[in-house]
Design a protein around this ligand. Structure first.
Ligand code: PMV
Length: 314
């Protein structure tokens, strides 16, 4: 019997989350924490041996729907905490899309997987950008809407009135520490909160423009390996995201605790809880500082491979 194995990495956002939903630029790096799964044909949908109603999981349901609703038994194992701002649902969607496409004999190109997984994310979250799914499918690093730069163009994605061009980047080696608050926060409601604020208040729209500007400067800093400047921009971005209302006391505590030993620090992903990330050359000190304020630190390695798929479809 045929079984397909797939895995996809989580990511963190150096700069640009939330603003990217409105077509502003963003930079995200894949990390060495992955979502692993396998699928094999079955008579009902099963997850880790239990029969499930696939409709209860909108990401899986949407991808199954794009793959003829073939019932499969799924085994999954994630090393990316759920709701942590590290792209766990994107990695799940990318890995499941890769496995289902392989099972169906369809192309498993990074681009097609990124696009299919984005549809599932968009449907499940009620909005969002293709940043997470593109970062997870491609791996290493991606820049969004930064076409004029010296980057490796990957693909374009449009949805409703927004469009995003995705390019691959090879970020120079840098040390990052992620601090997880331990508080799960779903992305959809936070994206919706920012949308409502933006639609009702010109000031919020200006903040989103400013995040876009900072992100462009960050791309220049990244290109010249200027970690001091990049760190400053990350801290500035955290302040702007706080004004947008997506930070939290826990995130602010972990960011403040990290700053004395970091070039900069900010929340990463949707916010609300989830995680922050610090750019540092003293990772042990940052880990201690995060731990002392009740957070869960982990040093992350960047440069992770994108989606991997293997196995036989007989
Ligand atoms: O928290 P995560 O890992 O789901 O990241 C969300 C990133 C946002 O920019 C807030 C939303 C999006 O779809 O780009």
């Amino acid at each position: 019997m045929s079984e397909i194995f797939a895995s996809a990495p989580g990511k963190f956002v150096i700069l640009g989350e939330h603003a990217v939903v409105y077509g502003k630029p963003a930079i995200a790096l894949a990390i060495n924490r992955r979502f692993y799964l396998s699928v094999r044909r079955d008579d009902e949908f099963r997850i880790n041996g239990e029969i499930v109603n696939i409709r209860a999981n909108p990401h899986l349901m949407h991808i199954a729907g794009m793959n003829d609703m073939i019932p499969v038994s799924i085994h999954m194992d994630s090393r990316i905490p759920t709701g942590s701002g590290l792209g766990s649902s994107a990695a799940l969607s990318v890995a499941f899309s890769a496995a289902m496409r392989a099972l169906n004999g369809k192309s498993v190109s990074e681009e097609e997987i990124a696009k299919e997984a984005f549809e599932a994310e968009y449907f499940s979250q009620g909005g969002g950008s293709p940043m997470d799914t593109s970062a997870s499918a491609h791996g290493r690093g991606i820049a969004v809407n930064m076409q004029e730069r010296d980057t490796d163009k990957l693909w374009d994605i449009s949805k409703n009135s927004h469009s995003w061009n995705i390019s691959g980047i090879d970020a120079p080696p840098m040390k990052f520490v992620v601090g997880y608050t331990g508080i799960r926060a779903a992305t959809g409601p936070l994206v919706e909160k920012v949308r409502k604020y933006k639609d009702s208040n010109r000031f919020a729209a200006d903040i989103i423009d400013e995040i876009g500007q900072i992100t462009k400067e960050g791309m220049t800093a990244l290109g010249s390996n200027d970690v001091t400047k990049l760190g400053e921009l990350m801290t500035e971005d955290h302040k702007l995201l706080s004004i947008l209302g997506v930070s939290s006391n826990e995130l602010n505590k972990l960011v403040s605790a990290s700053l004395p030993y970091s070039y900069g620090a900010k929340l990463t992903g949707a916010g609300g809880g989830g995680s922050m990330v610090a750019l540092t050359d003293q990772p042990d000190k940052v880990c201690d500082a995060i731990r002392s304020r009740g957070g869960m630190p982990f040093a992350v390695k960047t440069g992770a491979d994108g989606v991997r798929v293997s196995g036989k479809n007989e």
